[in-house]
Design a protein. Structure first.
Length: 281
């Protein structure tokens, strides 16, 4: 099997993007397990296939490094829109992308034929404890004390199709994420595992996060993690509806509008382009 791919990064997650409209991709779950080997570059967070859709402009299928298919990723969504435009799959500057997490709306800023910025509306946050899920009899899990090893966090959970648990911290940059992240992800409170967003509210319009992604470990950023941090911080009265959210990979602007929809605005960058041919191995 031979095909071309592009590795892209969107202020955080970097994925391998493959045009599955004009190329046939066999055994995607098996192929996804190769995304961190020498063909794709060490550190890839997974693989994204851009596929035809019966209900939207395109369908985004996203796979974790272990080969499992994921629901959605905000950073991957933004890079998908850039990939579609710059690979010539569509010249529309507004797209609706089908994902397992729902139908996502994306608007592109195009300058001199290149996409310089991407505005993604990822819809309404879901606070249902069943969507995360959380081992609780309560309908929601908002601002609950969560004991993790030697400390207690203020914890809240929500979902964008992919579940996130936000843990408030005073200083995320010095936090031992490698210690606390897996304890939360695999803890008894979250029987089906969860992404973990450690969030520090700096002031009314600035938040810092570090993200522990389920099945992957700490990443340099996460778009839905940034959105989760803003939603929880605003819901707890700690910040406004708009904030610049710092993550290791860069600062993403996030807004939660009055119609209950959350938007993330930021760029995406091509890391490299390549070609894969398993018959050449």
């Amino acid at each position: 099997m031979k095909f071309s791919f592009v590795k892209m990064q969107a202020f955080g997650n970097d994925y391998v993007y493959i045009d599955a409209v004009h190329q046939t991709i066999e055994s995607p779950n098996q192929l996804a397990r190769k995304v961190s080997d020498r063909h794709f570059g060490i550190g890839s967070d997974g693989m994204v296939l851009i596929c035809p859709s019966d209900c939207c402009d395109f369908r985004m299928r996203i796979f974790n490094p272990d080969g499992t298919e994921a629901e959605m990723c905000g950073n991957a969504l933004r890079s998908t829109a850039k990939f579609i435009y710059e690979q010539g799959l569509s010249k529309k500057e507004e797209l609706v992308i089908e994902t397992l997490g729902g139908h996502q709306h994306v608007a592109l800023t195009v300058e001199d034929g290149r996409v310089s910025n991407i505005h993604a509306c990822i819809g309404r946050p879901q606070f249902s404890a069943a969507k995360v899920p959380v081992d609780t009899e309560a309908d929601v899990f908002i601002d609950q004390p969560l004991e993790v090893a030697d400390r207690v966090f203020r914890a809240s959970s929500l979902s964008w199709g992919n579940p996130h648990t936000v843990l408030l911290a005073e200083d995320v940059e010095s936090l031992d994420v490698a210690k606390y992240g897996p304890l939360v992800e695999n803890g008894k409170c979250f029987p089906n595992r969860t992404n973990v967003t450690f969030a520090q509210v700096v002031d009314d319009s600035h938040i810092k996060i570090r993200e522990w992604e389920r099945g992957t470990g700490e990443t340099i950023g996460c778009g839905t993690g940034c959105c989760s941090a803003l939603v929880v911080a605003h819901k707890l009265g700690l910040c406004g509806r708009k904030a610049d959210v710092w993550q290791i990979g860069g600062t993403l602007h996030v807004e939660w509008d009055e119609q209950d929809k959350v938007h993330m605005i930021g760029p995406s960058h091509v890391v490299f382009r390549g070609e894969y041919d398993d018959e050449a191995e």
